[in-house]
Design a protein around this ligand. Structure first.
Ligand code: UD1
Length: 331
C-alpha cells in the first residue's frame, strides 16, 4: 500500500514515515519545509535503510496537489501538513485559515477525483477547549480559543461532511494530546525554529544552556502541585497509532474520531523532575504568571483507540524524557 504523508518532514510526520516503513508500507512524503528541514529526509532514510519518495509541495496549490495524485497511485493519505503555533495563529489568522483549510480541501478534492478513499487526519486535543469533565472522551463537546484550534475543528467538520456525502470514504480523525520524546536513534525529533512555545523543547534548550531557565506558567492551578497537568505521549507511540488508523480505514467506511493519549496526566513539575532524574541534569526554573489560554488539566480517555484500533501507548515518562534529550543533545 502506498501512503501519501503530507507534512512528512515534520516532527510527528518523520516518526510516522519510519513506523509505516517498518510495517512494510510504501511512503511518499509531501512537504514544503515551512517548519522542517530537508536533512530530516536523509535521517529518515538512514533509519529505514532505503530512500523514501519525496516531493517538495505546498498543498494549498491545487494544481500541484492534483498533479501529485495523477502521477503517484496513492492508496491512502495521512494529512499532517499545517501551521501549528497557537500564539502565531492569533497574529496571523488569515494565513492559518488559508493554509490549514485550503490544503485539506485540495487533498479531499484530489482524493475524490483520483478515487483515493482512505484518509487519516491529524487533529488535536485543543478541540476540546476548556474541559468541563475529565478524562476527555471523543463524544464530549468541542470548542476553541484560538485560530489554530479552529482550523483543526473546522477541518474535522469539513471531513465529516465530505464523508457523509461520499459513503465509500473512510476517514479517521486523530486527536493528539501532548507529543514529546524522539526516535530512539536520536536522529529525528522536535527542533522548532526560534524560542520554543512548548514545554519539552524549552526544557531541552535550558538543558543545553541555550536558554538560562524555564519559566513555569503558574503554580496556582487546582492541580496536585499547582502547575498545569497534561497527557504527554511519546511521539513513537503516537506514530504507531497512525499505522493502526491506516489499518482501520482500509477495512471500514465512514468517519471515526480517536484520542491518542496515555490517559495519565503529569504536571510541569513532574516533567522537570523526571527529566532531571533520568538525564542527570538540573533544570533551573522560576514560577511566573499563568499563560493566556492555558487550562489547568487536560488528559485523554484513550479506551476507544484501544478497543477499536487495538492501539495503546507503551512508553513511560522516563522514556519520553530520555529520548527527548538524546535527540536534543546531538542536534
Ligand atoms: C499547546 C497548545 C495546543 C497545541 C499543542 C501543540 C496552547 C495554549 N496550547 O498545548 O493548542 O495543540 O501545544 O503541541 O498553546 N509550560 C510552561 N513553560 C513553558 C511552556 C509550557 O510552564 O515554557 C506549561 C504550560 O503552561 C502547560 C504545559 O507546560 O501547562 C504544556 O505546555 P505546552 O507544551 O505548550 O502544551 P499545551 O499548552 O498543552
Amino acid at each position: 500500500m502506498k501512503i501519501l504523508l503530507t507534512g512528512g518532514a515534520g516532527y510527528i510526520g518523520s516518526h510516522i514515515a519510519v513506523e509505516l516503513c517498518n510495517q512494510g508500507y510504501e511512503v511518499i512524503i509531501g512537504d514544503n519545509f515551512s517548519n522542517s528541514k530537508p536533512e530530516v529526509l536523509n535521517k529518515i532514510n538512514t533509519i529505514v535503510g532505503k530512500e523514501i519518495e519525496f516531493h517538495e509541495i505546498d498543498f494549498t496549490n491545487k494544481e500541484a496537489t492534483f498533479e501529485l495524485f495523477e502521477k503517484s497511485n496513492i492508496d491512502a493519505v495521512i494529512h499532517l501538513a499545517g501551521l501549528k503555533a497557537v500564539g502565531e495563529s492569533c497574529i496571523m489568522p488569515i494565513e492559518y485559515y488559508r493554509n490549514n483549510i485550503v490544503s485539506t480541501l485540495n487533498i479531499a478534492e484530489a482524493m475524490k477525483k483520483y478515487d483515493v478513499r482512505n484518509l487519516v487526519f491529524s487533529s488535536s486535543a485543543t478541540v476540546y477547549g476548556v474541559p468541563k469533565e475529565l478524562p476527555l472522551k471523543e463524544g464530549m463537546p468541542t470548542s476553541c480559543t484560538n485560530p489554530y484550534g479552529w482550523t483543526k475543528l473546522m477541518n474535522e467538520q469539513i471531513l465529516t461532511d465530505i464523508s457523509k456525502a461520499n459513503p465509500s470514504f473512510s476517514v479517521v480523525l486523530l486527536r493528539y494530546f501532548n507529543p514529546i520524546g524522539a526516535h530512539e536513534s536520536g536522529l529525528i525529533g522536535e527542533d522548532p525554529n526560534g524560542i520554543p512555545n512548548n514545554l519539552m523543547p524549552y526544557i531541552t534548550r535550558v538543558a543545553k544552556g541555550v536558554l538560562p531557565e524555564l519559566n513555569i506558567f503558574g503554580n496556582d492551578y487546582p492541580t496536585k502541585d499547582g502547575t498545569g497537568v497534561r497527557d504527554y505521549i511519546h511521539v513513537v507511540d503516537l506514530a504507531k497509532g497512525h499505522v493502526d488508523a491506516i489499518k482501520f480505514v482500509e477495512t471500514h467506511a465512514g468517519i471515526e474520531i480517536f484520542n491518542l493519549g496515555t490517559g495519565v496526566g503529569y504536571s510541569v513539575l513532574d516533567i522537570v523532575k523526571t527529566f532531571s532524574k533520568v538525564n542527570n541534569i538540573e533544570i533551573p526554573y522560576q514560577i511566573v504568571g499563568r499563560r493566556d489560554g492555558d487550562v489547568a488539566e487536560c488528559y485523554a480517555d484513550p479506551s476507544k483507540a484501544k478497543e477499536e484500533l487495538g492501539w495503546i501507548a507503551t512508553k513511560s515518562l522516563e522514556d519520553m524524557c530520555r529520548d527527548s534529550w538524546n535527540f536534543a543533545k546531538n542536534n
